[in-house]
Design a protein around this ligand. Structure first.
Ligand SMILES: Cc1cc2nc3c(=O)[nH]c(=O)nc-3n(C[C@H](O)[C@H](O)[C@H](O)COP(=O)(O)O)c2cc1C
Length: 220
C-alpha cells in the first residue's frame, strides 16, 4: 500500500506544513504503508490553459513535471495534501496542481482512493484550507479520511496538530484496509457522478477519451 504526501509550501524543509505532511506519512508507515513525499514547489508545473486536450486525449499538452506527480497520485492508494494558508486559500502552487487535474474530476479518477488534508496558518484559516482540499478530493472521487492543522499563533497548536496528523496517517491506512464508507461523502459522489456523467455524455463526440473512460467503467 502506497501513501503519497504532497506539500504545497514553497519553504521546503523549513515548512511547518511539511512537518504535518511528514507526521501523516510517519503514522501511515507505522501502520504498515510505504510512503512517498513530493515537495511540489521544487517542481515546474505550468498553469492549466483550459485547452481541453486532456478531455479528448487523457494527456496534458504541457511538457513539465506535472506528469510525474499525476502518475504518483494515480499509483497511490492514499494521499495527504498539505498547504499553508495564503490569503485564506491554498498556495498558488497547490491550486495550479489542482487546476491541472480537470480530467480527474470529469473522470472521477480518484475513485476508490482515500485522502486527507493538512494545513498551517499564521493566525487563522487552516480549517477552511483543510476543508477545501478534502472537498476537492471528494469531488474527484476520493474518500476524505479527515484533516489536521495548526495556527502558529496558538501556543502548543503545532504539537497538538502533529499528534493529530500522526493518528490521521494511521486512520488513512485503516480506512484503505477496511474500505471505509463515509455515508455523507457517498451522497456527494453520487451527485457529482450524475453531473459529470451528463456533461461527458453531452460532449462525447469531442471528449473521446473521457467518454471511453466512462464507458469502460460501466458508468454510462
Ligand atoms: C503570501 C502569504 C500569505 C499568507 N496568508 C495568510 C493568511 O491569509 N492567514 C494566515 O493566518 N496566515 C497567512 N500566512 C502565513 C502562513 O500561512 C503561515 O506562516 C504558515 O504556517 C506557513 O506555512 P509553511 O511553514 O508550511 O510555509 C501567509 C503567508 C504568506 C507568505
Amino acid at each position: 500500500m502506497e501513501i503519497l504526501g504532497i506539500n504545497g509550501s514553497p519553504r521546503g524543509a523549513n515548512s511547518m506544513t511539511m512537518k504535518l505532511v511528514e507526521a501523516v506519512l510517519e503514522g501511515a508507515k507505522e501502520a504498515g504503508a510505504e510512503t512517498k513525499l513530493i515537495d511540489l514547489c521544487s517542481l515546474k508545473i505550468d498553469y492549466c490553459d483550459a485547452c481541453g486536450v486532456c478531455y479528448k486525449k487523457g494527456k496534458c499538452v504541457h511538457e513539465d513535471d506535472f506528469g510525474q506527480v499525476y502518475d504518483e497520485i494515480m499509483a497511490s492508494e492514499g494521499l495527504v495534501l498539505g498547504s499553508p494558508v495564503y490569503f485564506g486559500l491554498v498556495t498558488a502552487q497547490m491550486k495550479t496542481l489542482i487546476d491541472r487535474m480537470s480530467d480527474a474530476i470529469h473522470c472521477q479518477l480518484l475513485f476508490g482512493k482515500y485522502a486527507c488534508a493538512v494545513s498551517t496558518a499564521g493566525s487563522q484559516g487552516h480549517q477552511e484550507v483543510e476543508d477545501y482540499i478534502n472537498r476537492i478530493m471528494v469531488a474527484m472521487g476520493a474518500n476524505a479520511a479527515g484533516s489536521a492543522g495548526a495556527d502558529m499563533a496558538v501556543p502548543n497548536g503545532m504539537a497538538e496538530a502533529m499528534e493529530k496528523a500522526f493518528k490521521l496517517g494511521q486512520t488513512l491506512v485503516a480506512d484503505i484496509k477496511n474500505k471505509a464508507v463515509y455515508v455523507e461523502q457517498e451522497e456527494v459522489h453520487k451527485m457529482i457522478k450524475e453531473q459529470f456523467g451528463k456533461i461527458v455524455d453531452a460532449n462525447k463526440d469531442e471528449w473521446t477519451h473521457e467518454y471511453e473512460h466512462w464507458t469502460k467503467m460501466g458508468w454510462l
